[in-house]
Design a protein around this ligand. Structure first.
Ligand SMILES: Cc1cc2nc3c(=O)[nH]c(=O)nc-3n(C[C@H](O)[C@H](O)[C@H](O)COP(=O)(O)OP(=O)(O)OC[C@H]3O[C@@H](n4cnc5c(N)ncnc54)[C@H](O)[C@@H]3O)c2cc1C
Length: 506
């Protein structure tokens, strides 16, 4: 009976967890989660991620204990952590899900593989999403995704053999509390989502049965999107629910609605939702196939277009970045979104796209520092989706439609009464509706009456929209028009392009 360590990473659950189920069938099991210094020091990391992870670990610890096993939470580099554990509890197997993550986790996996070879431990990995490893060609990928999602989710094991009581005592003595990781687990957010399987399943249920009816129409607005979107992204990012579980629950709900002609809105919304579950894996597949996109433009013809190295930024570039980060650009919807993100860890897709578009085009900033900052703000940071989307919204793939969002038009379309803006930018609370998207156009008397003097209480726009928009459009289309950019675009499309062009353009 081989002893196994199940290594939990971004799969913090017991349901639909193949490595756990398979380990439990074969012999005694210990669960392991490691806070890795390299991950904690990465530019994408934030203590807010730890708060969510801690919720998940607390629940996972209880679940494994109730099933007969244990979750060990360690702090240290992976091979060393495994070394120590192996000395304490000699195990023959390491079981985990495949991970599509940052370069540091990829390099760590190679070190873990080398450690396993040295110690004669079998490392058995299982896929957890629709990401295919290795993938020779994108042709037929959607079919493979459907086949991957088709089997029903695995139920959690009903019992798991763990170490003996004596062994358990030795193992548990080294557990690392979260306060050791960051000194404190203070969560600076309000209204932040909680982690854990229980919450994940409640969020899924309330979306499919109560909140999701107007998803298709409401997903783009920051106000309605708050409840109309599924809000499952942090749970999918940390694996407190599997994408297959979400896929099956959505399919079942669509089937149950089919008989009732009065449920057209629900069905349209859920059909549109279903597609996005595939996009989740489609975007992650890009990072799996070309890990370099964490650092480099998809389309290398765009190299050098914007200054990536922050040490070489001009004071103006730094000032533009700081204004964007601080929610003080003078564009109310951009500022409201940044401040909302700061406090809640979530914003809807359209607003994310607008934030990056504004940074990349209006402020002409490189996607890398922009992406790193947003990663620290998003509770749902998922490297494959994030880096692909940040590059796409910055126009450097060469295969997607260039979308330069006007922050003023978005404010008028998505928040016409300025409710969202006023909530997050209280300086604009008394600005009349007609000026809330462009407060700098208020006459001086109106500014006085609204208690909002532009340049004093609220900044003037950091750049002029029309001028910045025209300059950015010219630069990006000039870059796209070169033969090198077109050649590169063909390569990018062959390697990464969705074979449904409509989906890719989005
Ligand atoms: C610049 C930028 C960065 C992003 N970074 C992340 C990220 O780090 N992590 C992340 O999970 N999503 C990211 N997204 C995609 C998307 O905005 C979020 O998945 C979504 O807003 C999360 O909220 P939700 O779960 O309520 O989404 P829903 O609309 O309810 O969608 C359900 C799920 O489908 C997937 N999904 C939805 N839209 C997309 C999309 N356009 N691309 C890929 N998958 C999608 C997500 O897994 C999401 O949880 C990013 C988008 C942009 C424009």
């Amino acid at each position: 009976m081989p002893r196994a360590v199940v290594w939990f990473k971004r799969d913090l659950r017991v349901a639909d967890h193949a490595p756990l189920v398979e380990a439990a069938e074969h012999g005694p099991v210990v669960g392991l989660y490691t806070h890795e210094p390299e991950v904690l020091a990465s530019p994408e990391w934030s203590p807010r991620h730890l708060a969510f992870i801690e919720d998940c670990l607390g629940e996972l610890r209880d679940r494994l204990a109730s099933l007969g096993s244990v979750l060990l939470v360690r702090h240290g580099a992976m091979p060393e952590t495994l070394d120590r554990l192996h000395d304490q509890w000699r195990f023959e197997e390491l079981r985990s899900h495949e991970e599509t993550g940052l370069a540091i986790t990829y390099a760590r996996d190679r070190r873990v593989a080398a450690w396993c070879r040295r110690r004669n431990v079998r490392w058995i990995e299982r896929p957890q999403h629709g990401v295919v490893r290795p993938l020779a060609s994108r042709d037929g990928w959607a079919g493979r995704w459907r086949r991957r999602m088709a089997p029903p989710p695995l139920p959690a094991p009903t019992s798991i053999a763990g170490p003996t009581a004596d062994q358990m005592e030795i193992l548990a003595a080294e557990d690392a509390p979260a306060s050791d990781i960051h000194g404190t687990t203070v969560n600076p957010m309000i209204d932040a989502q909680r982690g854990g399987e229980i919450d994940a399943n409640e969020v899924l249920h309330s979306f499919l049965h109560e909140r999701g009816e107007h998803y298709q129409r409401a997903m783009s607005t920051p106000i309605e999107g708050w409840t109309a979107c599924s809000r499952l992204s942090p749970h999918l990012a940390y694996g407190s629910i599997s994408i297959r579980t979400v896929h099956h629950a959505t399919r079942d709900r669509i089937e149950s609605l089919r008989e009732d002609p009065a449920t057209g809105g629900w069905r349209r919304s859920l059909a549109s939702y279903e597609k996005r579950l595939r996009w989740h894996c489609h975007f992650m597949q890009k990072l799996e196939d070309e890990p370099e996109i964490e650092f480099r433009n998809f389309n290398r013809a765009f190299d050098g277009l914007r200054q990536e190295d922050r040490a070489r930024w001009t004071p103006e570039e730094q000032a533009r970045f700081d204004a964007w980060v601080g929610g003080r650009t003078g564009y109310p919807l951009v500022d409201a979104c940044m401040r909302c993100l700061d406090r809640t860890g979530w914003i809807n897709f359209r607003m994310r796209a607008m934030l990056v578009s504004f940074a990349a085009y209006h402020l002409w900033l490189h996607w890398k520092p922009v992406a790193e900052h947003l990663a620290t703000r998003f509770l749902d940071f998922e490297a494959g989706i994030h880096y692909s989307q940040c590059q796409m919204q910055s126009g450097v793939t060469g295969i997607n439609t260039v979308r330069i969002y006007s922050p003023v038009k978005q404010a008028i379309d998505q928040d016409p009464e300025g409710r969202f803006i006023r909530r997050w930018v209280p300086e604009l609370a008394d600005v009349p509706d007609e000026h809330v998207a462009r407060p700098e156009e208020m006459p001086p008397l109106t500014q006085h009456m609204a208690g909002c003097l532009i340049g004093e209480n609220y900044p003037a726009p950091v750049v002029d929209h029309e001028t910045a928009y025209r300059a950015a459009k010219q630069r990006i289309f000039d870059a796209r028009g070169t033969s090198r950019a077109r050649q590169e675009a063909s390569r990018v499309y062959r390697r990464h392009g969705s074979r449904s062009r409509r989906a890719e353009r989005r």
